[in-house]
Design a protein around this ligand. Sequence first.
Ligand code: GLV
Ligand code: GLV
Length: 328
Amino acid sequence: MSRVFVTRPIPDNGLDELRAALGAEAVDVFPHDRPINRDELLEGAAGANALLPMLTDPVDAEVMDRAGASLKVIANYAVGFNNIDVDAATERRIMVANTPGVLTEATADLTWTLIMAAARRAGEAERYLRAGEWDGWGPQQFLGVDVNGQTLGVFGMGRIGQAVARRARGFNMRVIYTTRTPLDAETERAIGAEAVGFETLLAESDILSVHCPLTSETRGLFGREAFQAMKPTALFINTSRGQAVDEAALAEALHEGAIFGAGLDVFENEPAIHPRLLECPHAVLLPHLGSATHATRAKMASIAAGNIIAALQGRRPRHWVNQDAWPA
Ligand code: GLV
Ligand code: GLV
């Protein structure tokens, strides 16, 4: 019998699918709703045929070796998979899978939540109201920046970047983007976006939103130099991975007024937040909620379960990340 180790309780529909396909006994769920610690992860992985980790769980060679030769598949409960050492998995002929597609629209919605909240200082103003400090309407209270008619810059024009760009049409925005794999002309036209170099993206964006995967090229890419090259009225938005940003440099840029505001859903050292960033009233900070809707998390559970079931039944997982590197 197979054993699947799930590192944190996920929506029941995914667990039910695993139990239906592999037997109730096969599914071993870490019982606590908190991030699993290293020792618990190593212990849970031992002898597993499949792992279903969260993006908060570093799955490296040691975890894989603890599981041993029985381990066939690691199905991350996320679209991002920078928490998994994919090269180590490939060397051990372990399939790595993720949950793309189903969280695109929810993440794009959350990106716009941050854009609007940062532009109009919603977090700061709500804190003020709740603190009982509001003494009535004021002609110069909490003045923000416009969104309508501005230029949206998208860094990383994949599925999520495109979904964010599509929403900009309703705000009559010019959309520029920088990306690794350029869009074909037809998609570019349909989205109404214009490819530009990184310098232009920094210089011309009123709102710069980051949607790249975390790689050696994107780690720390948004640092002091980048923020100094942006408009003082600009907003910096990140719903991808915190390590693309030098958080200390971003906090300094906000404090100095090098940019107007920021909206962040992801952080360099989650769940720790840089203390200087916490002191920035113009930073809207959310606890990694990009895909956090009931419907989306249920779909992610189903996809992750499906990836595991396929791999353990000798079929190809639908979202197989290291497929291209697979030894022949
Ligand atoms: C969320 O950050 C994800 O990668 O799914
Ligand atoms: C920093 O001081 C900010 O205004 O966000």
